[in-house]
Design a protein around this ligand. Structure first.
Ligand code: NAD
Length: 364
């Protein structure tokens, strides 16, 4: 029987709750599609700081290295916000994990489920039935990593804060090629989000993209300033298919899209590098405002599991079965509190997972 090792990093806040729910669904799919999953639990984020003083302990890194993929919940929360910035859970665990494994591409598929039309802030006719947009976000460069970075004394009793937005040709080239390949396999349309009217880095992005585009003549390429992209996403999301963004713009626009789709709790993500190894986590954070209440939406975590099956394990059929089961569960009226409409059948985190697992169809 095919067998895979998955590093299981639930993290903080709602992380452990949505993770438990997702593992239930992934196990059900693995049983149905006849492969075996070994879960290798490890500490990350605030939970790891509390247990051993470090957000990303060595043992966690070793477990990740021994695995086919990393399945992560979320990290961070008010408890750790008073730590120095470089020791805080997100900065001290997620960024180094991405960097260590060279996970430079973050894929965030956003599906506008027709059943969730009423929870979207957009009018239903603007959403389009079943529109789906894929955000490809550069993940290991730009403002989040550029040096110098810090707050420095000016010598006049004040301080100066510096973040550096830096990109090199190769970093842009590899993500551009990946986005082009993805666009080629979809609707052959790629929209690149930048701020080329003011940023030098955007000019380099355009130069590299125009060159890479010559390898993909059948893909139509457009550039859009980020402020305009934010506006167009609200006016007419149907005009987009694949969006390629540098790190910061991708971070922001994918949350905007999550809001348009209905909830941050719905959105999965896959972080990939140059091999099949990847890190899979929902797009949202640790949601401290609802943690421990059993009401968090587990669908983003469950759908991240489907991406893990697809990209790191090559189990496409099982991945599709999970995605179809999520669709069916929504169509059957199940809702967590964040996507509830009047009269809906509102369920908790684990109940939602049980409903999805029950709807996984066997192989044809
Ligand atoms: P957040 O994404 O945790 O929450 C924003 C809003 O979305 C909240 O109202 C929350 O209840 C809601 N939400 C998020 N996920 C949900 C789900 N699955 N079901 C229902 N509702 C959901 O963002 P925040 O409040 O800005 O940050 C909280 C903490 O999470 C911070 O410590 C932050 O640093 C951290 N964070 C971690 C990650 C990560 O682990 N990848 C990402 C973003 C933020």
């Amino acid at each position: 029987m095919r067998s895979y090792r998955i590093a299981l990093l639930p993290g903080d806040g709602i992380g452990p709750e949505v993770m438990e729910a997702a593992v239930h669904v992934l196990q059900a799919a693995a049983r149905e599609y006849q492969f075996e999953l070994s879960w290798l639990p490890a500490l990350v984020g605030g939970a790891a700081i509390d247990a051993c003083g470090k957000a990303l302990p060595e043992t966690t890194l070793e477990i990740c290295q021994q695995s086919h993929a990393i399945f992560l919940g979320a990290v961070g929360g008010p408890k750790w916000e008073s730590l120095p910035p470089e020791a805080q859970p997100e900065r001290a665990s997620l960024l180094p994990l991405r960097k260590f494994f060279g996970l430079y591409a973050n894929l965030r598929p956003v599906t506008f489920y027709p059943e969730l039309g009423p929870v979207s802030p957009l009018k239903e006719e603007r959403l389009g039935k079943g529109t789906d947009i894929l955000v490809v976000r550069e993940l290991t460069g730009g403002l989040y990593f550029g040096e110098p970075k810090g707050i420095y004394p000016t010598g006049h009793g004040t301080e100066r804060a510096v973040d550096t937005l830096v990109y090199e040709t190769e970093e842009i080239e590899r993500i551009s090629r990946l986005a082009m390949k993805i666009a080629q396999a979809r609707k052959r349309k790629l929209t690149v989000v930048d701020k080329a009217n003011v940023l030098q880095s955007s000019l380099l992005w355009r130069k590299v993209l125009n060159r890479v585009a010559q390898e993909f003549p059948e893909v139509s390429l457009e550039f859009l300033y980020v402020d305009n992209a934010a506006l167009q996403l609200v006016r007419d999301p149907r005009r987009f298919d694949v969006l390629l963004c540098e790190n910061l713009f991708g971070d922001i626009l994918s949350d905007e899209l999550a809001g348009l789709a209905g909830s941050l709790g719905l959105l999965p993500s896959a972080s990939l590098g140059s091999t099949r190894f990847g890190l899979y986590e929902p797009a949202g954070g640790s949601a401290p405002d609802i943690a421990g209440k059993g009401i968090a939406n587990p669908l983003g975590q469950i759908l991240s599991g489907a991406l893990l099956f697809r990209y790191s394990l090559g189990e496409e059929e099982a991945a599709r079965a999970i995605e179809k089961a999520v669709q069916k569960t929504l169509a059957d009226g199940y809702r967590t509190a964040d996507i509830a409409t009047p009269g809906a059948h509102v369920v908790g985190t684990q109940e939602m997972a049980v409903a999805v697992a029950e709807r996984i169809e066997p192989p044809n």
